[in-house]
Write a protein that binds this ligand. Structure first.
Ligand SMILES: Nc1ncnc2c1ncn2[C@@H]1O[C@H](COP(=O)(O)OP(=O)(O)OP(=O)(O)O)[C@@H](O)[C@H]1O
Ligand SMILES: [Mg+2]
Length: 219
């Protein structure tokens, strides 16, 4: 489902060139939850953003759900994220003026669903992460762990085949972190390919497999 080969990426600033990826390879099958670890600054977020088509690689190839990502046009990448790739950010990026339900519906409407179907799918996705009752609350009226669940529900809504999560438990207590990791593993076991970037050692108890990013390569 995810196939990245020989990815290379450097950031060039006036002062220096920072090589972040130096030939990274990653394969993740449907049904697999993979933990991506590595020191702060090792390039985990950069790799995730490249997989999601949010940042360009310098070279290498990325196939996500059968589509080529490196070199694709911006509208093809937007379409890939809309249909197949859900991204969960640490700060969950919910729209504050929308209700929890509307935060999901706006994405589903963008996929061409009518209002009623979008509402139904949003309710289903929230139910699948255990927070159906929060559908009419606003992001300011829910906890950090609940907001993270909304972010995951939004990434899943409408049946995404790939979920990329960047530090989804960064600001959460242990019990809530465990429930988030458990949820991500369940999402994988329901058939998605899941990659979780994290510093959280708990990931070892939940991921099917772990890969570490060091000196620009994955091992
Ligand atoms: N736009 C940019 N311009 C220049 N350097 C950048 C840019 N984005 C990231 N970097 C550098 O690339 C390296 C990798 O950053 P990245 O955010 O991918 O690390 P990370 O592994 O996610 O770290 P953390 O665990 O702290 O989130 C860092 O040295 C960072 O300073
Ligand atoms: Mg990061």
């Amino acid at each position: 489902m995810i196939e990245a080969r020989d990815l290379r990426k450097a950031f060039v600033t006036p002062a220096e060139t920072v090589t972040v990826l130096a030939g990274a390879d990653l394969t993740v099958a449907a049904g697999e939850c993979v933990g991506l670890t590595g020191a702060s600054g090792s390039g985990k977020s950069t790799l995730l953003n490249i997989l999601a088509g949010l940042e360009p690689a310098d070279s290498g190839t990325v196939r996500m759900a059968g589509r080529e990502v490196v070199g694709a046009e911006p509208d093809e990448l937007a379409e890939l994220r809309l249909q197949d790739v859900g991204v969960v950010f640490q700060d969950h990026n919910l729209v504050p003026d929308f209700t929890v339900g509307e935060n999901l519906e706006v994405v589903l409407r963008a996929r061409g669903m009518d209002g009623e179907s979008a509402r139904r799918h949003a309710a289903h996705a929230l139910g699948s992460v255990g927070i159906a009752e929060l559908i009419d609350r606003r992001p300011s009226e829910i906890s950090g762990g609940q907001a993270q669940r909304v972010g995951i529900a939004r990434a899943l809504a409408g049946g995404k085949r790939i979920v990329l999560a960047d530090e989804p438990t960064g600001a959460l207590d242990e019990a809530t972190s465990r429930s988030i990791f458990e949820l991500l593993r369940e999402v994988a076991e329901a058939g998605a390919a899941v990659v979780v970037c994290t510093h959280d050692l708990l990931v070892g108890e939940y991921a099917h497999r772990q890969v570490a990013l060091r000196d620009g390569v994955l091992a």
